[in-house]
Each structure stands twice: as structure tokens, then as C-alpha cells.
Design a protein around this ligand. Structure first.
Ligand code: GRF
Length: 219
């Protein structure tokens, strides 16, 4: 049965576009039934509107407290009756009640090799730390920021000549846009689950996150 996806965005929407394309060409057995965006001017929102996806702009600045925003967000998400809640560059920290409501069926993509470099400015942090490798991770969302169990990670070498923008672009185009559609496809197909902080792939617990070879092997 085609899974219903509610995608939360704040920014450019490159991951959203990749997910939309993968739903359209059948790589994901899913349908984006709603996009919720907290930034009225976001390119992601403009794309979703032009693509004919049902959109719910929800500007967080219109709410007195974080809890009020979270409650409205939870209602906006729940109304669309999603099987999966997909965070695709959603730049608000979600409170525990929201995470509990959708926990176990909520994925996020984070531009680092978690657990390294949680939070913002991950590319800069990786360069400053002198990391030899950097990348991106798809993980289940828990109430620990960027701390949930990881499904898949993709890594790339950091080159001496890399700057923050160039590294960010390589992580996005070579890794994020490949691993997120794949992880969402697995989720929609029922192949990936999270129970008691453990990720299961085809029913077996993952001892370590999957890597890009999982894509090449056509998992
Ligand atoms: C991506 O780098 C994603 O990993 C992070 O936010 C960024 C969103 O970019 N969580 P986009 O809106 O998908 O272009």
C-alpha cells in the first residue's frame, strides 16, 4: 500500500525535490500528501506549491511559545494521516511531546557522520576538526537532537582545498540526495523499523548503520 508521507521543510528543498522525484518514478512506494513549512519565503515551499503538493505554511513566529508551535505543528502533521513524517531540512527543534506522538515513524537527514557534529554548521565543524571524512546520516528522530538511531550514512573524503560551501555541495549532491530517497523507500516498504532505540533492517537488528554500498548492492 502506498505510504503517506508528510514532509517538514524550512529551506531550499533539495531533499524534498529528490523525495518527490523518487515518489513520482516509483523508487519510493509513497506519496507526499502534505508539506509543512515554517518559513513563508522558503524555496522548498515554492517548489511544493508549484508541484501541486498540498502545503501547510506554519510560521513559528506567529506562536507565543515553542510548545504552542509544536502543538499546531503536530495537528498539521496528524491531519494528513501520515505513515511517515520526514524531516527534510526542518530547522526547528521538536519538543518531546511531538517526538513521542510520531516517534518510530519519523526520519531526519543530518549533514554529518553522526555522532560527530550534531547541530548546526556541520561542514565548518568538520573542516575545523581536520576530519579526513565527512558525510551525511539518515536517522530516526528521538527527543535527543540529532541523536536518534542511524539507518544509513554516506561518507566522502575531505580534501585539503575544500571550503565550507564546496564541502556542503558535495555532501548534498553525492550523498544526501542518494541516501535519503533510499532510506525513505525502505521505510515505506516496511523494510526499516525502529524498536527500543534499535534499527531493524528486514527484521534483523542493525549492528552498525548501513553505508553507501547498500545502494550499490541494490538492497
Ligand atoms: C540538508 O543539508 C539537510 O541535511 C539538513 O538541512 C539541509 C536541507 O537542505 N538537515 P534542503 O532544504 O534539502 O536543500
Amino acid at each position: 500500500m502506498t505510504a503517506r508521507l508528510c514532509v517538514l521543510v524550512s529551506g531550499r528543498g533539495r531533499n524534498l525535490r529528490a523525495l518527490h522525484a523518487a515518489c513520482a518514478d516509483g523508487r519510493i512506494d509513497g506519496c507526499i500528501t502534505r508539506v509543512v513549512c515554517n518559513q513563508p519565503q522558503a524555496a522548498a515551499l515554492e517548489f511544493a506549491e508549484q508541484a501541486g503538493i498540498a502545503c501547510r505554511p506554519l510560521d513559528h513566529r506567529g506562536f507565543a511559545t515553542r510548545a504552542d508551535f509544536d502543538a499546531a505543528l503536530a495537528d498539521a502533521v496528524a491531519e494528513s494521516q501520515p505513515d511517515w513524517v520526514i524531516l527534510a531540512g526542518f530547522m526547528r527543534v521538536l519538543g518531546a511531546p511531538f517526538v513521542q506522538r510520531f516517534g518510530g515513524r519519523m526520519l531526519n537527514i543530518h549533514p554529518s557522520l553522526l555522532p560527530r557534529h550534531r547541530g548546526l554548521h556541520t561542514h565548518r565543524s568538520a573542516l575545523e576538526a581536520g576530519d579526513a571524512e565527512h558525510g551525511a546520516s539518515v536517522h530516526f528522530v528521538t527527543d535527543e537532537l540529532d541523536g536518534g538511531p542511524v539507518v544509513i550514512q554516506g561518507a566522502c573524503r575531505v580534501h585539503p582545498e575544500d571550503d565550507e560551501a564546496g564541502l556542503a555541495e558535495r555532501v548534498m549532491s553525492d550523498i544526501e540526495l542518494r541516501i535519503y530517497p533510499q532510506a525513505v523507500a525502505w521505510a515505506c516498504a516496511g523494510r526499516v523499523q525502529c524498536r527500543q532505540s534499535t534499527v531493524y533492517f528486514d527484521g534483523a537488528p542493525l549492528r552498525a548503520p548501513l553505508d553507501m554500498t547498500a545502494l550499490e548492492e541494490g538492497f
